[in-house]
Ligand binder design. Structure first.
Ligand code: AVJ
Length: 323
């Protein structure tokens, strides 16, 4: 097999900037202002998220890594041979590359919204695994049609869809179901979904994970304002907002807020938005699924066989789902 180098990158179905700005603006003008969590990940945001993953309080990354390490061979044995590894939201690819050491993948498909990172990730991967083909797809697969575009482009090998880190938690449950259905449709008979999902636990533990003592998550959250100031030309003052993370038990989700510290008016292009002291912007929902709830969601999405792997404390679950 002769893999092309440098790896090919397709750019698919990205939201156009005007559309993107319009939906950002619409969110900010709602009575309950919100910013989609995808805007947290500019270059600075990606770096801060990397730092979050190393915090004592932020258990998900570490817990998932331990589950992967402990069940590596067992899971690898359940995966199709000569698969293509579809790394959804690949980032630096580190989690996936640990798997490629144990799975003879014919192709790695890195999917991410950030093209610069993707190129780097693919080049590093291609050097480390010279026998595999490396392909990148720049897309926002949170948008309804993009995943279909992605997978239609590469349907010649059996896919293993890899969606770690509990990123599925950023979707509202109905959107999560739609995304799982879209994945299911592209698995064929032998494809698999390997997905990491955070579980509900004591609110204090959850809230600490999203409001750490060093203030890294607070910086990550406030950084979204700098990001949109740059892209949308707004004049948010990051220091005028406090970071807050609260667990809503009933909805089983962490909510990240930016709370106005004093009354202020922000210019949003041609519009203005007033924030009273205490008024807040919702920047993220992170849903936590009890294992039986997530199994139910997977079943609704059309998955038949579902294996689950967890840590001793039951803090985090990894599901291997097959049609
Ligand atoms: C990347 C969406 C999985 O929800 O835990 C970490 C993002 N936000 N700290 C999560 C995040 C605040 C993270 N995900």
């Amino acid at each position: 097999l002769c893999a092309p180098f440098p790896p090919q990158i397709h750019v698919e179905a990205l939201e156009d900037p005007a559309e993107r700005n319009a939906s950002l603006l619409a969110g900010l003008l709602q009575p309950r202002a919100c910013i989609s969590p995808k805007h947290l990940y500019d270059a600075q945001g990606c770096t801060l998220y990397g730092a979050i993953c190393q915090l004592d309080e932020y258990y998900p990354t570490r817990t998932e890594a331990a589950i992967f390490a402990r069940h590596r061979h067992e899971i690898a044995d359940l995966l199709p041979r000569h698969c293509q590894w579809v790394d959804l939201g690949c980032g630096d690819g580190a989690k996936a590359f640990d798997w490629l050491e144990h799975v003879a993948a014919a192709r790695y498909v890195g999917v991410d919204i950030a093209e610069d990172w993707l190129r780097d990730t693919l080049e590093r991967g291609a050097k480390r695994f010279p026998d595999a083909e490396f392909v990148g797809i720049v897309t926002d697969f949170t948008r309804p049609l993009s995943l279909a575009h992605v997978l239609d482009a590469v349907d010649d090998y059996t896919p293993v869809m890899f969606y770690p880190g509990s990123s599925i938690g950023n979707f509202e449950p109905d959107e999560a179901l739609a995304l799982l259905r879209a994945m299911r449709r592209h698995l064929g008979r032998d494809g698999r979904l390997l997905i990491g999902v955070d579980a509900p636990k004591e609110p204090a533990r959850l809230e600490a994970a999203y409001d750490d003592a060093l203030g890294v998550t607070a910086a990550f959250n406030r950084n979204v304002l700098r990001h949109i100031n740059r892209t949308l030309g707004t004049d948010f003052e990051p220091a005028a907002f406090a970071h807050r993370a609260v667990f809503d038990r009933e909805r089983s989700r962490i909510e990240m807020h930016l709370v106005a510290l004093y009354p202020q008016t922000v210019t949003l292009g041609h519009a203005q938005r007033r924030f009273e002291a205490g008024e807040f912007i919702v920047t993220e929902h992170s849903y936590k699924y009890a294992p039986e709830r997530f199994v139910e969601l997977l079943s609704q999405a059309g998955f038949g066989r579902i294996d689950r792997f967890s840590d001793e404390r039951g803090w985090f679950n990894v599901f291997l789902a097959a049609p």
